[in-house]
Write a protein that binds this ligand. Structure first.
Ligand code: ADP
Ligand code: MG
Length: 733
C-alpha cells in the first residue's frame, strides 16, 4: 500500500473548506507527513464524502478520532502450513478447500465436521455444538482455520478453531491459489473493527494503515521516562501502533494497558483542573468553630455521636473553616445518621451568623427533615422555617421578606422551591439531600446565589469507582456504621403460592401493634397513572385481606395536605398498613413500622430496593422485608438479583453488584457530568489503573497547575482536544 492520502482530483474539487488548499500543496511522495490529527477523515485515501458520513456515524470525524477508533477484537493467525506439515500439539493455520461438511447432532456433544484439502493432504476440522455453522460453511469454499492441532483416531484434526472464509466460490478451481498461502494469515490478522453502512472491518484497517506511519509526529509522549519506567508503561507511539497492528498478544496487552491509562489519566486530569479552579477562584465565608460552639451544638443531640459521625463532622468542620467553598459528598446508608451530621454543619453556619438552606427532592422528605430538626432544636432560638408548595399569598411574601432580611436562620424545602425565587441575606451553607437522585445541575444552579459551602447527602452508596470518576471533583465522607440499637432486617423472596402464608405472618405482626408498608412498582421513571392504579387496586384488595385494620393509600398525585395528614397518622400509629407508590421511598422514619412488602420487586433496581428496605429496621425490633415478583422462574438474572437482596444488607455491596450487572453507563452517564466517554478503559475492570491515574493526575496539577511547563505540552494539547470548553481549559491553551 503506497498512497496515504486521497489524491483523487475528483474528491478535491468537490470538497470545500480550509483543509483543501493545504492538501493540494502536499507532495505525493511524503503523504504520511501531510496528515495531521485534526484533519477530517474524508481526505484520507479510500474515504471521500460518502464514507466520511459513515465514519461520522461511528463517531469518527478527524484523523485523531480514527486513531482512537480501536479494534473491538484481534486475530492472531500463524503463517499457514501445508496439511502434511501439521504436528500434534502445535498452533497452526490451515488453508484448504472444503470437500465436504457433516452435522452430527445425535452425539453426546453434537459436532459440525468439515473435511478440507490442499495439494498435500486432507484434514478434519470440527466444532463442538457447531450446528450454527451449517449455513455458513459449504463445500467449494476455501477456508482458513487456525487453532491447536490434535489427533483423533490416528488422524490430525483442528478442533474448535477460529476461521475465515477466504474464497466463497472456488468450486472447480481444484487447487487453492498459492497467493493465499503466503498472504492470507497476514491479511486476516490484526484488528477487527466495528464497521457499518457498507464499511467493512477490512476497509477500516486499510484506511488506518497510513495514519500509523505518522505516529512519530502524532503520538507525542505525555510522561517522562522515569514515570513510564516506574509505572511499567510502554511509549504512547508504540501503544497506538500496536493496538491497531499488534505483533503478538503480549504487545497487544501492553498497548491496551497504556491506552487505558492515558484515557483515565486525561479524565482525572480534567477533574483535577476543575477542582483546582474551584479552590482557587471561588470564595466562601470561613467559619470559626470554637470548643464552646462545638459543645453547644452537641448538647442538642440526646445521644452520643458515633465514631463515624464524629469523623465526618471533623472533615466538614475543617472544610468550612476555609475560605474556599466546601464541596463535599456525605454518603451513608439509610438510617446511618446523616441528618444529625448535616444539622451539626447547619448549626455551625448559624453560629457564624450565616443562613442555611436544606433542600430535599420531595415535599414529604423536606417535611421529614423539618420534623427531625424540630425535635433536636426544641426550645432553641434558632429561627427555622419549612417552605411548602401550600404556602402562598401574603404569608409567603412575608416569609420571603424575612429570609431576605436575614431574620430566618434555617430554611427547609424542596430543591424546586428553594432554588426558584428565594433570596438570602447571607447564605453560608447549602445542604442538599439527594437520596438516590444525583443532580449535578442542581448543585450548579445553587452556586448562583453566591458561593456557600455545599454538602450533598446521599443514601445510595456510590461505588468507589464512581466516587472517583463522575463525582471525582468532590470530597467524599462516608458513614459506615449505624447508630447502636438497631434491629436486624430479614429479607425474603416470596413465591406466588406462599402469598397467603406471608399475609398471615403479617397479620400476626399487625396484631402485635406493628405497622406495615406495601409498596407498588414504579412502572416508568416517574410516577404515572399505571403506578397509581397498581397501588389503588392493591389498596382495595388489602383493605379486604386486612379488614380488621386501618389500611390507607398514599401516592404522589394526592394533595400535599392529604399526604401530610396520612403520614402524620401513620407516624402516630393510627394507620396500620400504608399502601403506597414509591413516594415512601425517601425519608420516612417510623421506627414502629417493621414490615415492608414490595410488589413487582423485579421491576426495581437493587439500589432502589435497598432504599425502600431502609424504611424498616429503624427501631430495636426485628423487621421483615418481603419481595413479591411476578417474573417467570426462568428469568435467572432477575432471580439472582433478588437473591442478592436476601443475602446482603450492605448498601455498598449491593451498589457494586448493581453496577457490575448494569454497567456504569446506565446508572450514571459520564456525558451528563461533563466527562468524555471512555473508549477503551472500564472503570470497574480497570480499577487499579484508575487509582494510579488519579494519583498521578492530581500530582501533576499540584506541581504545574495550569500545565504550562514545556514537558506538559503534549498532554495539555490532548486534554483540550478531549474536553473542549467544558472545563474552561481553553484559556490555558
Ligand atoms: P439518615 O439521615 O442517615 O437516614 P438519620 O440521621 O435520620 O439517618 O438517623 C436515623 C435515626 O437514628 C434517627 O432516628 C436518629 O435520631 C437516630 N440517630 C442518629 N444518630 C444517632 C446516634 N449517634 N445514636 C443513636 N441514635 C442516633
Ligand atoms: Mg435522613
Amino acid at each position: 500500500m503506497s498512497g496515504s492520502l486521497n489524491s483523487s482530483a475528483n474528491t478535491h474539487s468537490k470538497s470545500k473548506g480550509p483543509n483543501r488548499l493545504v492538501f493540494m500543496e502536499s507532495s505525493v511522495s511524503k503523504q504520511a507527513g501531510d496528515i495531521d490529527l485534526s484533519m477530517p477523515v474524508q481526505y484520507l485515501k479510500g474515504v471521500g464524502p460518502a464514507r466520511a458520513e459513515v465514519f461520522a456515524k461511528l463517531g469518527v470525524n478527524t484523523v485523531g478520532d480514527l486513531l482512537e477508533y480501536y479494534p473491538r477484537d484481534w486475530v492472531f493467525a500463524p503463517q499457514a502450513s501445508k496439511i502434511n506439515r501439521l504436528r500434534t500439539g502445535e498452533t497452526a493455520t490451515v488453508i484448504g478447500l472444503i470437500e465436504s461438511t457433516d452435522y452430527q447432532p445425535y452425539r453426546r456433544q453434537p459436532i459440525f465436521e468439515v473435511i478440507a484439502s490442499d495439494e498435500t493432504g486432507i484434514c478434519r476440522i470440527i466444532w463442538f455444538h457447531g450446528g450454527f455453522l451449517r449455513d455458513k460453511l459449504q463445500p467449494g469454499q476455501v477456508i482458513m482455520a487456525w487453532g491447536k492441532v490434535n489427533e483423533y483416531r490416528h488422524q490430525l484434526q483442528l478442533a474448535n478453531p477460529k476461521f475465515r472464509i477466504i474464497d466463497a466460490e472456488a468450486i472447480g478451481k481444484k487447487k487453492v491459489p498459492d497467493t493465499f498461502l503466503t498472504s492470507a494469515a497476514e491479511y486476516f490478522s490484526g484488528g477487527v473493527y466495528t464497521g457499518g453502512g457498507g464499511l467493512s472491518s477490512g476497509q477500516i484497517k486499510k484506511i488506518i494503515r497510513p495514519v500509523l506511519d505518522g505516529l512519530e509526529r502524532f503520538a507525542g509522549e505525555f510522561y517522562d521516562d522515569e514515570f513510564l519506567k516506574k509505572a511499567e508503561l510502554i511509549s504512547r507511539k508504540d501503544a497506538l501502533r500496536w493496538i491497531h497492528l499488534p505483533p503478538d498478544e503480549d504487545k497487544l496487552a501492553k498497548a491496551q494497558r497504556r491506552l487505558k491509562f492515558d484515557e483515565l489519566f486525561l479524565m482525572q486530569l480534567g477533574l483535577a483542573l476543575r477542582r483546582h479552579r474551584h479552590d482557587r477562584f471561588a470564595a466562601a465565608i470561613a467559619m470559626k468553630c470554637s470548643e464552646e460552639i462545638d459543645r453547644r451544638i452537641r448538647k442538642r443531640f440526646p445521644f452520643l455521636l458515633t465514631d463515624d459521625q464524629d469523623k465526618t463532622i471533623a472533615e466538614i468542620v475543617a472544610d468550612m473553616q476555609k475560605a474556599t467553598p466546601m464541596n463535599r459528598l456525605l454518603q451513608g446508608d439509610v438510617g446511618s445518621g446523616k441528618t444529625v451530621v448535616a444539622l451539626y454543619a447547619a448549626l455551625l453556619a448559624v453560629a457564624n451568623r450565616t443562613q442555611v438552606a436544606i433542600m430535599a427532592p420531595t415535599e414529604i422528605l423536606a417535611n421529614q427533615h423539618f420534623i427531625s430538626i424540630e425535635r433536636y432544636l426544641r426550645k432553641s432560638d434558632v429561627r427555622r422555617i419549612l417552605i411548602t408548595g401550600g404556602l402562598t399569598g401574603k404569608k409567603r411574601e412575608e416569609i420571603l421578606q424575612q429570609i431576605k432580611a436575614g431574620q430566618i436562620d434555617i430554611v427547609v424545602g424542596t430543591v424546586a422551591l428553594l432554588e426558584k425565587d428565594i433570596e438570602f441575606k447571607k447564605l453560608g451553607l447549602a445542604v442538599i439531600d439527594e437520596q438516590h437522585k444525583f443532580g449535578v445541575h442542581q448543585r450548579a444552579g445553587l452556586r448562583k446565589e453566591g458561593t456557600p459551602h455545599c454538602l450533598v447527602m446521599t443514601a445510595t452508596p456510590i461505588p468507589r469507582t464512581l466516587a472517583m470518576t463522575v463525582f471525582g471533583d468532590l470530597d467524599v465522607s462516608i458513614i459506615n456504621s449505624s447508630p447502636p440499637g438497631r434491629g436486624t432486617v430479614v429479607t425474603r423472596l416470596v413465591a406466588p403460592e406462599d402469598r397467603i402464608k406471608a399475609y398471615e405472618f403479617i397479620r400476626e405482626r399487625l396484631r402485635a401493634k406493628k405497622q406495615a408498608y406495601f409498596v407498588y412498582p414504579r412502572i416508568t421513571g416517574v410516577e404515572e397513572e399505571g403506578d397509581i392504579k397498581a397501588a389503588t387496586d392493591g389498596w382495595r384488595e388489602l383493605s379486604k385481606v386486612f379488614s380488621e385494620f386501618k389500611v390507607e393509600l398514599l401516592h404522589g398525585r394526592m394533595g400535599s395536605e392529604k399526604k401530610q395528614r396520612i403520614m402524620t397518622e401513620f407516624r402516630r400509629g393510627k394507620i396500620n398498613v400504608l399502601v403506597a407508590t414509591v413516594v415512601v421511598e425517601v425519608g420516612v422514619d417510623v421506627p414502629n413500622a417493621t414490615i415492608m412488602v414490595i410488589e413487582g420487586a423485579d421491576r426495581f433496581g437493587l439500589a432502589q430496593l435497598h432504599q425502600l428496605r431502609g424504611r424498616i429496621g429503624r427501631g430495636t425490633d426485628k423487621s421483615f422485608c418481603f419481595l413479591f415478583a411476578d417474573m417467570d422462574t426462568e428469568n435467572e438474572t432477575a432471580q439472582s438479583r433478588l437473591e442478592m437482596m436476601e443475602r446482603s444488607n450492605d448498601g455498598f455491596e449491593i451498589a457494586e453488584h448493581d453496577l457490575k450487572l448494569r454497567g456504569p453507563g446506565e446508572l450514571f452517564s459520564t456525558r451528563q457530568h461533563g466527562l468524555p466517554d471512555l473508549k477503551i478503559a472500564n472503570i470497574i475492570e480497570d480499577y487499579d489503573l484508575l487509582v494510579m491515574a488519579r494519583r498521578s493526575a492530581f500530582e501533576m496539577v499540584s506541581t504545574d497547575a495550569i500545565l504550562n511547563k514545556p514537558e506538559h505540552k503534549n498532554i495539555r494539547h490532548s486534554l483540550i482536544t478531549k474536553f473542549g470548553d467544558s472545563l474552561g481549559l481553553a484559556d490555558i491553551a
